[in-house]
Design a protein around this ligand. Sequence first.
Ligand code: AMP
Length: 176
Amino acid sequence: MAENSLSKLHAAVRDVPDFPKAGIIFKDITPILKDGALFRASIDIFLDQCRDKRIDKIVGIDARGFLFGSAVAYELGIGFVPLRKKGRLPYQTESARYSLEYGEAEMELHIDAIERGEKIVLIDDLLATGGTSASAATLIKKVGGDLIEAIFLIELEFLHGRKKLEPTPVTSFLKY
Ligand code: AMP
């Protein structure tokens, strides 16, 4: 991926101070989404990282992980699995509680979303403390998936979230 694209994407992420709570600097990706060339560039960097890995399914985290994850799954011709906040999935679920940079939450996955041994890549917009993606990793493994990598558009490196995902390999493109 051209450095040029990465620096354009980096420049487009908008900092919104004190959202959704005082003290949090929210990394707003909507300036990327609303620009056709930037949105395509953001999907392309995920795709470059995913090709040639014989991935069976992409798991995307509610809600911004759906935007990137589903586009990547579509392009690779593989399935997409939504990992959702509690109460949103209609069928039987496995669930896991976790703490966020700004609160507590519970994530759910349909019990039949992943076949035993399937190679899974986890996608979200942003890695902060790692609580969300670590609980996603737990759920993926609980239903029998083989989580081969977690990929994020943005990583807040000072929060050391990738430690919580160990030993799963973590890739991110825009680091702050
Ligand atoms: P964490 O569990 O702390 O790694 O938080 C990651 C999840 O919360 C991701 O789904 C992000 O979309 C969201 N998130 C956490 N912190 C921020 C932030 N500063 N800006 C935007 N999204 C965030």
